[in-house]
Design a protein around this ligand. Structure first.
Ligand SMILES: [Zn+2]
Length: 266
């Protein structure tokens, strides 16, 4: 059983504000450790559930995606850190049997979700994919789905969990905190969160074969509303890239990967 793990930081237990997830934030170093411990709990649980190979991608943008603490990582997995990536879920392929999303956060605009955003809290207002709002959780589910890899486990706040169930109704959710407002949550003690992540990870691997990959209809249209006109002014219209408003661009591709490539192409 091969498991792919994408990590983020906003959904880690104990995280409620930006100073905890920005690399220049006063509390960032502490959050790195908390993230590492949650990843380790997931790796340990996955192994107990029967995983034989685990690849973990450090997915949070701060510090150029070097967030997990190398010296504290579980010996049972392999890890990717640093940027740039050559694809959105670096090194994910059809050989994997399931994907975990650890430390996930809800998409931009979700009420009561801790640090909700899609890609950039400063620059992006909203992303629609095939006409429906989608965030990073959905994007990961869809890109994994393209390789027939099911989305089998998530950890984060209650809103991230609910959002994940839209794409994979039977996945395992480890709800490590309950969002109250964007920068406020009801927390659970760390040992409780770690135990839950371990248990859910184990169950997720055991049940991976019963979970269907998430599939998007083709072609895929990604509409992004940016925060300011200048973010759009520099984008050139070309095949698959069309400006539909002063702050809004439509990126089209025959699948999510191709459409996404056009988004990051500028
Ligand atoms: Zn993040």
């Amino acid at each position: 059983m091969k498991i792919y793990v994408i990590t983020d930081m906003e959904g880690v237990g104990g995280v409620v504000n930006r100073s905890q997830v920005m690399s220049n934030g006063a509390a960032y170093e502490k959050t790195r450790e908390w993230l590492t411990l949650e990843v380790n709990a997931a790796v340990e649980g996955a192994i107990q559930g029967g995983a034989t190979e685990i690849l973990v991608l450090d997915g949070h943008g701060a510090n150029s995606a070097v967030n997990m603490l190398y010296e504290k990582l579980h010996e049972g997995a392999r890890y990717i850190q640093g940027t740039p990536w050559m694809e959105y879920l670096q090194s994910l392929d059809r050989s994997f049997d399931g994907m975990f999303h650890i430390g996930a956060h809800a998409r931009a605009g979700t009420q009561g979700a801790v640090l909700e955003h899609t890609m950039s809290s400063e620059n992006w207002v909203e992303m629609l994919v095939n006409g429906k709002p989608m965030g990073e959780i959905g994007l990961c589910a869809a890109i994994a789905g393209l390789d027939d890899v099911p989305f089998i486990m998530v950890s984060g706040d209650d809103k991230a969990c609910a959002e994940s169930q839209e794409y994979s109704p039977d996945l395992q959710c480890a709800v490590g905190k309950y969002g109250i407002t964007r920068h406020c949550a009801r927390l659970l003690p760390m040992p409780v969160v770690h135990e839950m992540i371990g248990e859910k990870a184990k169950l997720a691997v055991q049940r991976a074969k019963s979970i269907k990959p998430f599939k998007l209809e083709s072609p895929v249209e990604i509409q992004i509303e940016y925060f300011r006109n200048d973010l759009v002014d520099g984008i050139k219209e070309r095949e698959g890239v069309r400006k539909v408003g002063p702050r809004t661009v439509l990126f089209t591709g025959d699948d999510i990967e191709n459409a996404w490539r056009r988004v990051i192409g500028g």
